[in-house]
Design a protein around this ligand. Structure first.
Ligand SMILES: *Cc1c(COP(=O)(O)O)cnc(C)c1O
Length: 387
């Protein structure tokens, strides 16, 4: 009796879940039903305690927040925040839109400028995954102009898409390869698509190479849109704050589609504070770049390293003969990096974010331990050779 009751309960639960599933599947758009969601570093990761997989900063800063006025809606675009970002980036307030991270900027551009089932975006893989995910979520076609030698733009292939796409996404420095794209190439793409498409330059990592910014091209190119974020150089990934920089006319169109109060009041206060204390950011970026140099030198000395990609950002992409066993070995020691081997042209590639000195030491120690286990013989041979 007891057994049959619990079995019935079980059946009931299963059939309820089943019913819920069927309803959701019946109502959802057909193209969303089969969509695979973005595997963010945070979603993917279930183990480890040294997080070097999401290009976040290794340390946090002290922040004080005044939680007054929470009974009131915030400004649509908090004035102090926009002014603080204007003073930082040198672009006029009318050309700035604050968003919930650069990811919202990406989605907003697609929603505002692309028609479902009719328009296309152009991406340059291997690149950041959210351009394609946002396009898919709105049933927009995705065209591809893969990067070529040295992970730079393939201009002839890009040109072949003239009048066939609405938005071109360029990531510079590019995630996950790390390199900035040639300024002259970006200018050519802007000219190429001058009358037919927006060219979005994602500068999420620009704090690590400020001289590579294209903001000075905004005045001459009305089709340029620059994406920025406080998640990387400013070490505020948990805050969710980014910016779209473009002509006031483009900003005006995006403003029609964005949520009515995208930036909560505490977010505006914290972001303004961080933007006004920029020396803290500059110091952290400097420390990160020094640690990146050290990490580069250590990676270059590894017996299994077959390629180290040039980086203008806070992470390094490298190719290893034994990428999967290395990835697993690090994970078993709590060091989480990112496997990029499924990306176009990046077989056997891993990406490590540059954390703080202590976190990087864990990474270096784990590499040493890996070599002890797998390269004992190799190490012995080298030692004997040099003796
Ligand atoms: C991290 C990242 C983003 C997302 O930034 P958020 O402001 O945290 O949404 C956008 N683009 C690239 C290339 C990134 O690496």
């Amino acid at each position: 009796m007891t057994r049959s009751i619990s079995k019935d309960d079980n059946n009931e639960t299963i059939s309820r879940q089943e019913r819920e599933c069927q309803l959701a599947k019946r109502l959802v758009r057909a193209d969303i039903k089969d969509m695979i969601p973005y595997q963010s570093a945070r979603r993917e990761q279930s183990e480890g305690n040294i997080w070097l997989n999401a290009n976040e900063a290794g340390d946090q800063q002290s922040i004080s927040v005044n939680f007054e006025h929470l009974n009131r809606y915030p400004d649509f675009q908090p004035q102090a925040l926009i002014q603080a970002y204007r003073d930082y980036c040198g672009v006029a307030s009318e050309s700035i839109l604050a968003t919930r991270g650069a990811d919202e900027g990406i989605e907003l551009i697609i929603r505002t400028f692309c028609r479902a089932e009719r328009d296309s975006i152009l991406i340059c893989p291997p690149t950041y995954g959210m351009y394609a995910i946002s396009a898919q979520a709105h049933n927009i076609n995705i065209e591809k102009a893969p990067l070529i030698a040295d992970m730079q733009l393939d201009l002839p292939v890009l040109a072949s898409y003239k009048n066939r796409v609405k938005v071109v996404f360029i990531c510079s420095p590019n995630n996950p390869t790390g390199n900035a794209l040639a300024m002259g190439d970006i200018e050519q793409v802007l000219t190429l698509f001058a009358d037919s498409a927006l060219v979005v330059v994602d500068e999420a990592y620009i704090e690590f190479c400020p001289d590579k910014t294209v903001t000075h091209l905004l005045a001459a190119h009305p089709n340029l849109v620059v994406l920025r974020t406080l998640s990387k150089g400013f070490a505020l990934a948990g805050l969710r704050c980014g910016f779209v920089l473009s002509s006031p006319a483009i900003i005006e169109q995006l403003s029609k589609v964005i949520a009515p109060y995208p930036i909560s009041q505490p977010v505006a206060v914290i972001a303004s504070q961080a933007l006004c204390k920029r020396e803290v950011m500059y110091q952290r970026v400097n420390d990160t770049l020094q640690l990146r140099d050290k990490t580069e030198a250590i990676l270059k000395a590894q017996p299994w390293l077959t390629q180290l990609f040039a980086s203008h950002s806070n992470y390094l992409l490298f190719r290893a003969t034994n990428s999967q066993s290395l990835f697993r070995f690090l994970l078993d020691r709590g060091v989480v990096i990112r496997d990029q081997s499924k990306q176009l042209g990046l077989t056997d590639c891993l990406r490590v974010s540059i954390g703080n000195a202590e976190q990087m030491q864990h990474f270096f120690d784990a590499l040493l331990a890996f070599n002890k286990v797998y390269y004992q013989q190799h190490n012995n041979l080298t030692r004997q050779d040099t003796l």
